[in-house]
Design a protein around this ligand. Structure first.
Ligand code: SF4
Length: 335
């Protein structure tokens, strides 16, 4: 399949779902999104990992809809309920420029894949800051290849090592193998991560959210990362912020937060596998704060906005990030 055919809303095959929906004719695939970008917020974001947010924030554009729609999604309202505001390529470029003019350290595209036919033209001219691709890890290798040279920092989730869990929670029984292949392709493009003045300039930072009652799933993810990449070449962000949300909130064990024992067990395996580059998250960070996060900020709109509870991300490494004199390294350390 050539790039033009791949990056098209007609017979859409942008993501591994490969629905074949003609979004230009009003059909909707699994993501439920139309043939133009929809976003819920475009503003400086301070709650990513410190190497992404830095002092002045990451220029985050939160796109609506999702190709995974996990039942526990912490942003369930925008990923599944499709709240957002219509955009086009030209407007996206304006938004990117404004975020950069506001001093954001990078451009952070959050869940962008299902809008790539409009996003890619907006990235055509090189931007003066790194482009961060913030996604759920469930990506086609072909699509990731089409982004080569446009993305500087890959920020994928690796949610599962357990295919059954991926099927139950994300309706994606092929998630494990698909995400592994996608993340390997991301690493092929960037090589080992590069830091500059305490910020990630290039490379792969893999996120994993510990789920309640799913310690083995987490250990499997960490084991794969440790075996798939040279030691210290990719960074890992181990997140403990799970709060019951969405449909999963009614189904045990997903109706509770993770326990201290679960957290400590996964953390011990992180160290045992030698994954000592990245971030761990204070388990106490798993709190819901009522803030106007997805209110259309930074996006011209007329639609009525609503407020959503979002999760505060406080990373332990905020306090312990270790930059060398040259600012080329950072380490995962306990509090
Ligand atoms: S981007 Fe949406 S419509 Fe296209 S293949 Fe994926 S889920 Fe289906």
């Amino acid at each position: 399949m050539d790039t033009d055919t791949l990056l098209s809303y007609t017979h859409c095959e942008l993501c591994p779902r490969r629905c074949g929906a003609d979004r230009t004719a009003g059909e909707r695939g699994f993501c439920g999104m139309p043939a133009y970008p929809v976003a819920a917020r475009a503003a400086a974001h301070y709650w990513e990992e410190p190497v992404i947010s830095g002092e002045y924030g990451s220029g985050a554009v939160f796109f609506s809809g999702c190709t995974l729609r996990c039942k526990f999604c912490q942003n369930y309202e925008i990923s599944t309920q499709k709240h957002g505001f219509a955009l086009d390529s030209a407007r996206l470029r304006e938004i990117f420029k404004r975020l950069i003019a506001d001093g954001c350290h990078n451009l952070n595209l959050v869940t962008p894949t299902h809008f790539l036919p409009d996003i890619l033209p907006a990235l055509e001219q090189k931007l003066p800051v790194p482009v961060v691709y913030n996604c759920g890890g469930y990506e086609r290798v072909e699509t990731i290849r089409a982004l080569e040279g446009k993305v500087d920092v890959w920020l994928p989730d690796m949610k599962y090592s357990d295919a059954k869990l991926a099927r139950i929670l994300s309706a994606a029984p092929d998630y494990v193998e698909v995400a592994k292949a996608a993340i390997l392709e991301m690493y092929r493009q960037t090589g080992p991560y590069v830091m500059e003045n305490g910020l990630l300039k290039r490379g792969v930072l893999i996120r994993h959210l510990i789920l309640p009652g799913q310690v083995d799933n987490s250990i499997g993810v960490l084991e794969w990362i440790a075996g798939a990449f040279p030691r210290g070449a990719v960074a890992v962000s181990l997140m403990s912020q799970y709060v019951p949300m969405g449909p999963a909130a009614k189904v045990p064990p997903f109706d509770r937060r993770i326990t201290r024992e679960e957290y400590d067990t996964v953390l011990s395996w992180l160290y045992l596998f030698g994954l000592d580059r990245g971030f761990i998250q204070d388990p106490e960070a798993a709190s819901v704060e009522y803030v106007p996060a997805f209110d259309g900020s930074g996006i011209l709109c007329t639609e009525v906005s609503v407020q959503y509870p979002v999760i505060s991300r406080r990373f332990i490494a905020e306090k312990s990030v270790l930059s060398t004199q040259k600012g080329t390294d950072f380490s995962l350390r306990s509090k």
